[in-house]
Design a protein around this ligand. Structure first.
Ligand code: MTE
Ligand code: MO
Length: 373
């Protein structure tokens, strides 16, 4: 695609439209975020030279409705369903008094990268036209979900666990008991050492590491544990791979999304604009299947590759920062990053991406256009 066509091409993206009143609580300055109606994605250039975690002030927001403002003093969490012997109601104080853990994990929207389906295959799938900014990495503190489920006397016959949000539409999506019982699946009340911000799920959200962001339910009010598989819109119609080339998996329209693929992003604007000279190119890589084992860069659209340096920490289901030195010469360039995870997955080139109606799993190594002036 011609780069000069970008502005016309994307006239349908109304970046400057103000967020409808009350949808998002935190400030969303235009230099840090790109807005997609009631959602915002982080501008990767805002992460250049920063630390490992994404500060809450820079963290993307994916809201299916306005951010609800909940009073923790009256908030209650109910745990019930056919899969527990001891249904529970817990208060905020009850949660704070339970054993706590801290894990550094990313959350990424299932549709991250969706806009590239339009750019490479012509047709825009349904959903927000995210580039790669619906990703954030935080240190989460909270109660392991298994502590809560054990207190509710989860039955050996239980199969599915489903948190439900207290937002208007009651956003919910189930996970199998095995995922709910993992030590790092938590009910989080703190993010990067601070009280969980309103937009990110206050008073408490679930963090389901490595899985599509939709499972990390914000503003949780109910946890349903079931002896039968749970089918809701978000694991039958949405967050499934549907469209040409995908067979239904009844009752779902197609394969149901779980872990997110390995991806990477460069901490530069899109398209990039930098001054000529020696520069350190920096960015992030992550995977829903483990930690990152290799990051390579190509300056010729994927013909030849060299290794970038991986920085520590490089935590499982969190990812890593990487960098390499570049002598930037005046002109038009591309930088392509491809990451490999500990499960052996390597980002492929864009032509192998499988278009689907909602634009999930665009995980290719994409040449990032950079103008050096
Ligand atoms: N209750 C509730 N939980 C939710 C959502 C929502 O709209 N309501 N959005 C989900 C989606 S699609 C994603 S990608 C993540 C985004 O989390 P964030 O807004 O804190 O970045 O939250 C998930 N949890
Ligand atoms: Mo999402």
């Amino acid at each position: 695609m011609q780069r000069r066509a970008v502005e016309e091409e994307y006239a349908f993206l109304d970046y400057e439209k103000p967020t409808p009143e009350g949808n998002i609580v935190k400030p969303i300055p235009r230099n840090l975020f790109i807005q997609h109606d009631r959602c915002v994605e982080t501008r990767w250039e805002a992460m250049y030279g920063r630390g490992y975690v994404t500060p809450a002030s820079l963290w993307f927001i994916r809201n299916h409705g306005p951010t609800p403002v909940i009073d923790a003093k009256t908030w209650k969490l109910q745990v019930s369903g056919s899969g527990v012997d001891n249904p529970l109601t817990l208060s905020y104080d009850d949660i704070l008094r339970m054993p706590s853990v801290t894990y550094t994990r990313f959350i990424e929207c299932a549709g991250n990268g969706r806009i590239f389906f339009k750019e490479y295959q012509g047709e825009m799938p349904k959903g927000r036209p995210w580039r790669f900014g619906s990703y954030g990495l935080a240190e989460w503190t909270g109660v392991p979900l298994y502590e809560i489920l054990e207190r509710a006397k989860i039955k050996p016959s239980a199969v599915d666990v489903m948190p439900t949000g207290l937002d208007k539409s009651g956003v919910e999506r189930p996970m199998p008991v095995s995922k709910a019982m993992e030590p790092d699946t938590i009910l989080a009340y703190a993010m990067n050492g601070d009280v969980l911000p309103l937009d990110h799920g206050y008073p408490a959200r679930v963090v389901v590491p490595g899985w599509v962001g939709i499972n990390s339910i914000k503003w949780v009010g109910q946890i349903t544990v079931s002896e039968e598989p749970i089918y809701v819109e978000r694991n039958t119609e949405e967050y499934v791979l549907a469209g040409p080339g995908f067979d239904p998996v009844p009752p779902a329209l197609g394969p149901v999304l779980t872990s997110v693929p390995v991806r990477s992003a460069i901490a530069l604007p899109w398209p990039g604009k930098i001054a000529a000279g020696q520069i350190t190119i920096r960015g992030f890589a992550w995977s829903g299947y483990g930690h990152i084992t290799r990051v390579e860069y190509s300056l010729d659209d994927g013909i030849t590759w060299a290794d970038a340096n991986i920085l520590q920490p490089n935590i499982r289901l969190a990812g890593c920062r990487w960098e390499f030195p570049w002598a930037a010469s005046q002109g038009e360039h591309t930088i392509t990053i491809r990451a490999t995870d500990s499960a052996g997955n390597t980002q492929p080139l864009p032509d192998s991406m499988r278009w689907n109606e909602r634009g999930y799993e665009f995980w290719a190594a994409v040449p990032h256009p950079v103008t050096v002036h």
